[in-house]
Write a new protein. Structure first.
Length: 294
């Protein structure tokens, strides 16, 4: 699933580059969508099979993994700059998405139905357009893989099939080990489906392309929270009951990334911020394991 997503991302990025799309928009849309395809496919199959806890923990867990684990590990080994536009516009857009999600889910009694799904997708499109309006800069000349349309289609097909198999086997594993699907959703499925984000962010930072790195994380989280929850709610109502603290934690982490970006070494994520994000992730792990196993 992860490998097919990687191939799809490379091909989609190559196509976007041919169309003269700039690096941040590629990161915020094509790459973020592509690296979130494992979450999308696994969430769709979780919803179709009626495994609500696996669906919700996958999405929330992936976003927390992106912000804490991926940004934390990356910052621990690579100090990188965050552009002023990220602090002024792109991170606040993610915070606005969290507030919109909170407002809608509270109004719906913590159960997202098809109407909530439509609303989430419309909010997602609105924020995406707003982000595009504030992110204009020149196109770089970085090399991308050769675009092959057939490879793009085949990789997408493999991604869908492998996503279905993955969900079936995780459900079987939960039954075999007699443990909560939430635990597997947070720490097996979420981390597994976040591997494309980790690889993309790491390589972007190593190439000194911080725009692609932060754009990937912010775009992926926005896609997960609004679009994937929205699509899932079309298939079957999504219950958020029992996940309130987890959503509060995700909101707090998003705010902490904003704080880290403007304090200390301004507009940068250094080793100190990386350690802070990793400690927050460990705190989340300890809480979830104690809540679901003891």
């Amino acid at each position: 699933m992860v490998k097919s997503a990687e191939i799809f991302v490379n091909q989609a990025s190559s196509l976007a580059k041919k169309l003269k799309v700039n690096d941040f928009i590629i990161g915020f849309t094509v790459v973020a969508f592509g690296t979130s395809l494992p979450e999308l496919t696994s969430s769709i199959f979780s919803s179709l099979s009626g495994h609500n806890k696996l669906l919700v923990s996958n999405i929330i867990g992936s976003n927390i993994t992106n912000l804490c684990l991926i940004l934390g590990v990356t910052a621990l080994f690579n100090n990188y700059r965050i552009r002023k536009r990220d602090v002024d516009v792109n991170i606040p857009i993610n915070l606005a998405a969290m507030m919109a999600f909170w407002t809608l889910s509270s109004y719906m009694g913590l159960t997202l139905n098809w109407a909530a799904g439509v609303s989430l997708i419309l909010i997602f499109l609105l924020l995406l357009i707003l982000s595009g309006e504030y992110n204009h800069f020149e196109v770089s000349n970085k090399e991308y893989v050769v675009f092959k349309p057939l490879l793009l289609v085949v990789s997408l097909a493999i991604l869908v099939v492998s996503g279905k198999v993955c969900i079936e086997q995780i459900i079987n594993l939960a039954n075999l080990l007699k443990i909560s699907e939430t635990i597997l959703g947070y720490f097996l499925l979420a981390i597994g489906t976040s591997l494309p984000e980790l690889a993309t962010t790491w390589m972007a930072v190593k190439r000194k392309d911080g725009e692609l790195a932060i754009g990937n994380i912010l775009g992926s989280n926005l896609f997960n929270l609004l679009f994937i929850f929205g699509i899932s709610a079309f298939i079957r109502p999504v219950s958020l009951d029992g996940f309130v603290f987890d959503l509060v934690f995700l909101t707090g982490i998003t705010l902490m990334v904003y704080v880290f970006a403007i304090v200390g070494k301004k507009y940068a994520l250094s080793r100190k911020e990386g350690v802070g994000l990793l400690l927050l992730y460990i705190l989340f792990v300890v809480f979830e394991v104690s809540k679901n196993l003891f």
